[in-house]
Design a protein around this ligand. Structure first.
Ligand code: DGY
Length: 329
């Protein structure tokens, strides 16, 4: 719609047809390219007029960007994580920030199980060997992996996604222990999961899975020191945010046999450069941040992001707001 009385919204990326239909009667849109790691120059030029920003997690909504947006009323991030947004800077300017919780819980939990199983059972390696002529016979010792049943899964961060992983892993016969920065808020009803100090989780788990947001406190939570305390037979799974794991320390741990392997949906940096050392390590499985990558999930994320955006443009409280204190001032 080209009605110049409507507010201008910058959408950082081109999304599939139909995903932004809900916005059409509420704003004019300038839409960026499909694959972008930063705001395109074209969109940059519109920042002074923008009243709404619809972003993906690759866009840094920082002080430098916000200083060019005097009219901005809302930032709507199409992700549950919002570490790409300088929340304090938005709050200080009175700008509410929206995210998309809930709808990607199952997708991300499924992917966590998928890469946990793939790493445990060496699926990628076995698939390559089968295709490349190394499947000579049924060998009693060929491609041996690890059992899930009876193994201890340590979940760091028992929020919605952590709990959904616990539920699935229980079905596989795993014993669940967890640590959480706010154990009192954890709703683990119906789950047989035991809260333990992080220290205990690190040393007792056979699989460790990360489900915490990236904050200054969680940055490099998994570092050389922690990796040295993990059992050498354990696998580390990360479907949360790359920088929670110190990549250089992880390389040392995988090369040195401090841990048995890693399965990563997220990395630091992201995307991981093509010739990065982690790609060369056979005990490291890497997929390109696809935790929420199902049609249904991504579509619902877009819908939530549209709801937040429309509310913000109209001066209403965002249905999924990560800085609600903005409404107190
Ligand atoms: C999110 O929404 O934060 C996820 O990382 C996207 O898959």
């Amino acid at each position: 719609m080209n009605n110049s009385s409507l507010p201008l919204v910058l959408v950082s990326h081109t999304l599939p047809d139909g995903w932004l239909d809900n916005l059409e009667n509420h704003c004019r849109m300038v839409i960026g390219p499909k694959d972008a790691n930063e705001l395109s120059t074209e969109l940059e030029n519109f920042l002074p007029e923008a009243e709404g920003l619809f972003t993906l997690l690759t866009i840094n909504v920082n002080e430098a960007l916000l200083s060019k947006t005097p009219k901005l009323k809302v930032v709507s991030n199409m992700a549950v994580g919002y570490d790409n947004v300088d929340l304090d800077a938005c709050t200080q300017r009175g700008i509410p920030v929206g995210n998309t919780p809930g709808v990607l819980t199952d997708g991300t939990a499924d992917l966590t199980m998928a890469i946990m199983l793939a790493a445990a059972r060496r699926i990628i390696e076995a698939n390559l060997d089968a295709r490349q002529g190394r499947w000579k016979t049924w060998s009693p010792t060929g491609w041996l992996g690890k059992d899930l049943r009876g193994a201890t899964l340590g979940i760091i961060g028992m929020g919605q996604i952590g709990s959904a992983v616990a539920e699935r892993a229980t079905g596989f016969g795993m014993k669940i222990i967890f640590s959480d920065p706010n154990p009192d808020l954890v709703k683990a009803e119906g789950l047989k999961a035991k809260h333990v100090p992080l220290e205990t989780l690190i040393k007792d788990s056979d699989f460790i899975s990360l489900h915490i947001p990236l904050t200054p406190e969680t940055y490099h939570l998994i570092n050389e020191d922690t990796l040295k305390r993990i059992k050498p037979t354990s696998l580390l799974i990360n479907t949360s945010r790359g920088p929670i794991v110190d990549s250089n320390a992880l390389i040392k741990a995988l090369e040195g046999g401090w841990i048995a392997g890693a399965a990563l949906d997220v990395t630091d940096p992201e995307p991981l450069p093509q010739y990065h050392r982690l790609f060369e390590l056979p005990n490291c499985l890497i997929v390109p941040h696809i935790g929420s990558a199902t049609w249904n999930t991504r579509r619902q994320m877009a819908e939530r992001a549209c709801e937040n955006l429309i509310a913000g443009l109209k001066g209403r409280q965002l249905p999924y707001c990560v800085n609600p204190e903005v409404y107190n001032s």
